[in-house]
Design a protein around this ligand. Structure first.
Ligand SMILES: [Zn+2]
Length: 184
């Protein structure tokens, strides 16, 4: 079996892991390593029932994201995006979201209603994706990860302190399942 590498479900790093705070690096060449990374990220995301995942969440500081919002918005399919970059944004709203790296926490975050993102597909094609609603939120959330930002960084100082204190006390589930939504 040596050398016969299979896809793997990897551990998702949790706040306050320092890798989550780092800005991820641009991908230079889309080689086999990046493709394997995308496979692993995809497996890991589905295993955790997430709708998106950034490479840094599994400890790899490269600008790669995977998104599948189809459980919430069935008109969109799975995709992976390399070096994604927001090129335009429109509208503002509060969206309640969670994060696989910030367990048992859901809070309203300021997001744009629509974004246009450019990047590269795993095949190396330059692509542009326009997202509205759930897809727009997921794109912004995952691109935030690539810039070292968590939903906690988008909250008021007070709400962030409340979460930190809760972690310290070891009580991580203040809003137990009451408003469970997507985590990404
Ligand atoms: Zn997240």
């Amino acid at each position: 079996m040596a050398g016969d590498r299979k896809m793997a479900v990897l551990e998702i790093l949790k706040y306050p892991h320092p890798t989550l705070k780092k800005r991820s690096k641009e991908v230079g060449q889309i080689d086999q390593e990046i493709k394997t990374l995308i496979h692993d990220m995809t497996e890991t995301m589905y295993d955790a029932n997430g709708v998106g995942l950034a490479a840094c969440q599994i400890g790899i500081s490269q600008r790669v994201i995977v998104i599948d919002v189809s459980p919430i918005d069935p008109q969109h399919n799975f995709f992976a995006l390399i070096n994604p970059e927001i090129i335009s944004e429109e509208g503002e709203t509060d969206h309640e979201e969670g994060c696989l790296s910030v367990p048992d926490f859901f809070e309203k975050v300021k997001r744009h209603e629509k974004v246009r993102v450019k990047g590269h597909s795993p095949e190396g094609q330059e692509v542009e994706i326009e997202g509205e609603g759930m897809l727009a939120f997921a794109l912004q959330h995952e691109i935030d990860h690539l810039n070292g930002l968590l939903i906690l960084d988008r909250l008021s100082h007070l709400k962030r302190e409340i979460y930190r204190n809760r972690l310290k006390k070891g009580k991580r589930s203040a809003r137990v399942d009451s408003e469970k939504e997507e985590e990404n």
